[in-house]
Design a protein around this ligand. Structure first.
Ligand SMILES: Cc1cc2nc3c(=O)[nH]c(=O)nc-3n(C[C@H](O)[C@H](O)[C@H](O)COP(=O)(O)O)c2cc1C
Length: 401
């Protein structure tokens, strides 16, 4: 599949990686044109970039060659990928500024726009940049999340440009967007929650988050805009997904409830703790030779709460972790919670379920019908689940975006 990619390069120390990226994208058969900010050219040799792309490198909007081409460049490309994207450039995009060629192209482009940030961790996590990234993802810009690793400053941290493979994968997702999931906004919760006992201890569970992450990935691959609300996991954020990290059940509930009205479908795959401490200790409790009794109270039922908020065209999918699959009890649960589909995980056998790569899922619908999807890797099951959703849900004609 040969596509026209406009590669925007900004003033990050990682700008040289745009050359490697160009080589890989051209190997995939794509035609790559490069547009660099003035500051990117302090890091990127123009001649090398032109040899790598086989095209002139555009930078100055008032250069006669660019001033004529700039709207054409935006109109002709199949995807606009800014990699690396500096903190400055992300802010500019979020604010809709257009004071150079690349930022003007970002406003003029009607194709999918992707950004791969690269910067120091403090910059990436600064509230201003967080806010701008949030604005961009809410607008449908795909953020290819940076990685944790050695940074230019010599420190370790979050902010390294995503791997070439992750960028390539995200681009593939955007370029193949079509069909029924295109533009659909999907909300997925994943992973365990941690309920604090004191500042160092918590109550958790063995959920790895793999099922929710697999669903988020499968939805993004089908062209949906995905928001993933994740409890603490050891997994890397899937490419092209807007991720929101939470810790406790209350944080997860707040994040999900806030996001739900803007989404068409919600998969509640997180293993939310049923209980939390009534009064977490403000300081670490030290050993004092006495036993310790913890008083727990129930956490709210997030799924049941969502069903009360649900609009008629929204679709709500719940999960249940069951040691024994009792069809009648599961059906009662589904109806009581007001979900449109219940997916029961079998956690009775070793090697499947919570922390493993495989799962065994039975799907139930409110009309009492059920389907045993069998035992499969979670990525395979995620796609089987989406196939079933496609059969029973009347997709909204337009996304809620
Ligand atoms: C050596 C050096 C390395 C830099 N690396 C980064 C970086 O990795 N990420 C970033 O956001 N800014 C980085 N900056 C700062 C940007 O170059 C600066 O914010 C600039 O205004 C960005 O311009 P642009 O967004 O128009 O390309 C670096 C600056 C210097 C001098």
């Amino acid at each position: 599949m040969s596509k026209k990619i406009l590669l925007g390069v900004t003033g990050s120390i990682a700008a040289y990686k745009a050359l490697d990226l160009t080589r890989l994208l051209r190997q995939d058969g794509h035609d790559v044109q490069m547009v660099a900010t003035k500051n990117a050219l302090r890091f990127l040799p123009r001649l090398t970039a032109e040899v790598f792309t086989g095209h002139p490198l555009y930078s100055d909007m008032f250069d006669p060659a660019c001033s004529v081409r700039h709207i054409d460049l935006a109109r002709e490309c199949d995807a606009l990928l800014v990699a690396p994207a500096s903190a400055d450039f992300l802010s500019k995009m979020a604010l809709g500024l257009a004071d150079d060629l690349l930022s003007t192209l970002c406003l003029a482009a009607t194709c999918p726009v992707l950004v791969a940030p690269a910067m120091e961790e403090n910059m990436y996590l600064h509230p201003a940049i967080r806010e701008h990234r949030k604005t961009l993802t809410a607008r449908g810009v795909y953020e290819i999340a940076p990685e944790t690793g050695p940074l230019a400053s010599g420190k370790e941290g979050l902010g390294r440009l995503a791997s070439m493979e992750a960028i390539r994968k995200a681009l593939d997702i955007c370029l193949t967007r079509n069909g029924r999931w295109s533009g659909i906004r999907v909300l997925v919760s994943a992973g365990p929650t941690h309920e604090p006992i004191d500042p160092v201890r918590f109550i958790g569970n063995r959920s790895s988050g793999k099922m929710g992450y697999a669903l988020a990935t499968a939805c993004a691959s089908r062209g949906a805009h995905v928001t993933l609300v994740s409890g603490p996991t050891a997994l890397s954020p899937p490419a092209g997904v807007d991720i929101r990290q939470v810790t406790s059940a209350q944080e997860l509930e707040n994040s999900i409830n806030q996001a739900f009205p803007d989404h068409d479908i919600c998969f509640m795959a997180a293993a939310v703790s049923d209980y939390r401490l009534t009064l977490p200790h403000p300081e670490k409790r030290k050993k004092d030779g006495n036993s310790w009794t913890l008083t727990l109270e129930e956490n709210p039922d997030i799924l049941a709460g969502l069903s009360r908020l649900k609009a008629p065209d929204q679709f709500l999918v719940g999960f249940a972790a069951e040691s024994k699959l009792d069809h009648k009890k599961l059906l009662d649960k589904l109806r009581k919670k007001g979900a449109d589909m219940l997916l029961a995980n079998n956690i009775s056998q070793p090697g499947i379920g919570f922390s493993s790569d495989e799962n065994e899922i039975t799907m139930l619908l409110p009309d009492g019908s059920s389907l045993c999807m069998g035992k499969h890797p979670k990525a395979v099951l995620a796609n089987k689940i989406l196939d079933e959703v496609e059969k029973v849900w009347r997709f909204p004609p337009r996304s809620r975006q």
